[in-house]
Design a protein around this ligand. Structure first.
Ligand code: UDP
Length: 240
């Protein structure tokens, strides 16, 4: 079931159900992709039809960010809760480490994906990372070929939004992978170059605030959140 939040259809799933569905897609024939939009991306979708189509065309649309949960509540169609990209990725890697599927890490600054791979293999013994590449390449074709040649069944695509969503739509099938997941800044975290907010901030839904304090230059991007809530309230008024 999908819940419409300002035009973006979010899958109404708990974190565990999302991982279960991700594993099902990983084993299903064909190429599938997952997106994890936050309010900033919903706002971007509203301003760009191609981005909206890329997001709504995903096989799984997960509510990353407390703002989306508030938005859904304001609209009178609540979601079960957040499914952050990071927790989804962690759940998948845990399962993949057990069952032996292969993973490719794409994105972030040069060296980060390799660093992330080293950390993740230590953290998830048995996880098979078969290739990495940074996210600052010019041509798609050699990267697509590199993924295909690696035989990866899953790819974490961490190029930032909406670049990664458009990239997955355009290149997903040619990579030969069954599951591509758009994960924004996750490789910055997995590589140890960016710290995730302390658990207390995560639990309170204040991760965005922690991030803002560490990177004040994000204020412009974060102003999209109140805008998003205002739009949700306006939409609620129209639905009544
Ligand atoms: N990035 C990339 N290629 C690009 C632009 C960005 O690989 O052309 C990476 C960037 O290094 C960072 C991630 O994409 O690791 C975006 O991180 P951000 O925190 O902005 O993403 P969000 O999760 O907020 O979408």
């Amino acid at each position: 079931m999908r819940v419409d939040v300002l035009g973006v259809g979010f899958d109404s799933l708990t974190p565990e159900q999302a991982v279960e569905e991700g594993m099902r897609l990983l084993h299903a024939p064909g190429a599938h992709y997952v997106v994890t939009p936050n309010p900033e991306i919903v706002e971007a979708c509203r301003g760009d039809g191609a981005v909206m189509d890329a997001v709504n065309g995903a096989d799984l649309v997960l509510a990353d960010g407390i703002g989306v949960i508030y938005g859904a509540k304001i609209l009178g169609t609540p979601l079960p809760g957040r499914v952050t990209g990071i927790s989804f990725a962690q759940g998948l890697m845990e399962r993949m480490a057990e069952s032996g599927e292969t993973l490719f890490l794409l994105g972030a600054k040069p060296g980060y994906a390799q660093q992330a791979a080293e950390n993740l293999v230590r953290q998830y013994p048995g996880l098979r990372i078969v290739g990495t590449n940074d996210g600052y390449f010019k041509d798609d074709a050699p990267i697509v070929e590199k993924i295909r040649a690696s035989g990866a069944q899953a790819v974490f695509v961490c190029l930032g939004a909406p670049k990664q969503e458009l990239w997955m739509v355009k290149n997903g099938p040619a990579t030969g992978a069954h599951l591509l997941v758009g994960l924004g800044g996750c490789l910055d975290v997995f590589s140890g170059n960016v710290k995730r907010a302390p658990v207390l901030f995560q639990k309170l839904g204040m991760e965005w605030f922690y991030r803002l304090c560490r990177e004040p230059s994000r204020i412009g991007r974060m102003m999209k959140l109140p805008l998003f809530l205002i739009h949700a309230a306006g939409e609620r008024g129209k639905r009544k």
